[in-house]
Design a protein around this ligand. Sequence first.
Ligand SMILES: [Zn+2]
Length: 286
Amino acid sequence: MKRPTFIDIHAHTNFTAFDADRNEVVSRALNAGVWMINIGTSEATSKKAVDMTKEFPEGVYAIVGLHPIHVNPSFHDKDELGDESKGFTSRGESFNPEFYRELIKQGGKKVVGIGECGLDYYRKQTPKEIAKQRDAFIAQIELALELDLPLMLHIRSGEGMNAYRDVLDILKVYKLKHGDKLRGDAHFFAGSVEDAKEFLALGFYLSYTGVVTFAKQYKELVEATPVDRIMSETDCPYVAPVPERGKRNEPSFVTHTADKIVGIKELGLDEGRKQLVNNAFKLFGL
Ligand SMILES: [Zn+2]
C-alpha cells in the first residue's frame, strides 16, 4: 500500500487561518510527501475537516469532535473560526452525538477518530464548567467505543489543577470495561514522564509538536516514549518548529519535528521516518 514519507497527525488546515490559501497549503504538503489528519474542535470545524477529505482524494483524513474549550463560553480565536462566528463560540456548544454520528457516516473511511476531546484547565474553570467538560469528554469516549474509533485527546493543565491525572482517572474506568478497544493519542503531550508512562500503560500513543525543536524539556519525554508509540504533529496554525518559528505553521513543516524525534530516538533517518508513519497507520487504521 502507498505510504507517505511523513504524516502530520494533528493539523487544523480546516481553520479560518487557512481560508485564503488552503489549497496551496495542502498541496504543498502532499507534494512534499506529507499526509495529514485535520482535527475538528466544534461542529463547524469538524464538518470542514470532513469536507476537505472529499476535496483531496488521497492523503487527507479527518477526526471529528468537540474541544473542551468550546464546551463553555470561551476565549475567541480568530485563527480558528474567523470574525463572523464570534457570538457562536462565546456561547459554548454541547456535544451532540447525533450530529457527529451522521458526519462520520458521510465521511466514511476518511474519518479516523473522535476528538479533539479531553479536559482543559488552562483558563480557570468553575466546578460547573469542569463538570460540563467531563460530560462532553465522556460522551465522546462512548461514541468512540460505539464506532470502534481511536480518540484524539487534548489535555491541558492549569494553575494547581492537573488535567492529566483527571483524564487518566476517566480513561482507567473505561479501560477496565473495554480493554484494547479504548485507544488513542494524547496530542501535544506536555505531562510529566510519570503521566506519560501511565498513558502508555493504557495502550495510548503520545504525539509531539514543533516545541520539541526548541524547548529542551521535551527531550526527556521523547526519550521515555517507545519508538512504536510516538507520532509527529504540527497543531498548525500554532507552534511552528525551528527553522520556521514565528510563522504560521502548516503540515509541510512537520518534517522538522519528525526528524528531531527520529534524532532523539537515535534511529536512522529512513528507518525513523518510516516508523513514525507506520505508528499513525496502525493507530488510525489508514
Ligand atoms: Zn488541536
